[in-house]
Design a protein around this ligand. Structure first.
Ligand SMILES: [Zn+2]
Length: 199
């Protein structure tokens, strides 16, 4: 049926190429767009293009920021620059920020080491982290997820940091093994950071 409506097939194909959209929702999403006010579609396209052009990762911590603006963390007054929390993605950072109990800086790796997916240490922001560790930092919290890849990535970073003299810590036990920090409740994450232990 869809083949006989080539424009519709093209829309579905384009939407299917967006990762993270559950495939079971593709048809609902297609219907949503087909019924959406053209002005709203135009607005969405404009917002996407503008974001793509103007938002870049911070050159220090790799958190998204405005191209010509300050970093919400590195440039924020009152944050403890001696403390860096290392997270896999921006999503985990937001989870930690929501606890309101962390005042240090961050470092977003951009993923985890996963040879099967072709992701090696070079694909992640690990080298810049090692460099940052040598600029007056006293503690680095490895807050990668407690999955095999997350733990292997933390172990790799800890080995690389061994000669820097920086204290290396990790989240307290209490986060269920195999789970992502981003899906934990606020109190669990707060306690995991407050009760962190040496790596
Ligand atoms: Zn930054």
């Amino acid at each position: 049926m869809i083949d006989q409506v080539p424009t519709l097939a093209q829309l579905i194909k384009a939407l299917q190429q967006i990762p993270y959209l559950a495939s079971k929702n593709i048809y609902q999403l297609t219907t949503y767009f087909l019924q959406l006010d053209p002005e709203k579609i135009e607005h969405l396209c404009t917002v996407l293009l503008k974001a793509r052009a103007k938002i870049v990762p911070c050159s220090i911590c790799y958190v998204w920021k405005e191209f010509d603006g300050a970093c919400s963390y590195c440039d924020a007054p009152g944050r403890d620059a001696k403390l860096i929390c290392v997270v896999e993605t921006w999503q985990e950072l937001l989870t930690i920020e929501k606890t309101g109990g962390y005042q240090g800086l961050y470092h977003v790796l951009g993923g985890v080491i996963c040879p099967l997916d072709g992701v090696g240490p070079e694909e992640l922001a690990i080298a810049p982290l090692i460099a940052r560790a040598q600029s007056g930092v006293t503690e680095i919290i490895l807050a990668t997820n407690q999955t095999p890849e997350g733990e292997a990535t933390a172990a790799y970073i800890a080995r690389k940091l061994a000669d820097t003299g920086v204290n290396i810590s990790c989240l307290a036990r209490g986060i269920p093994v195999g789970s992502s920090l981003a899906f934990m409740d606020r109190l669990t994450v707060y306690k995991a950071i407050a009760d962190r232990r040496p790596f």
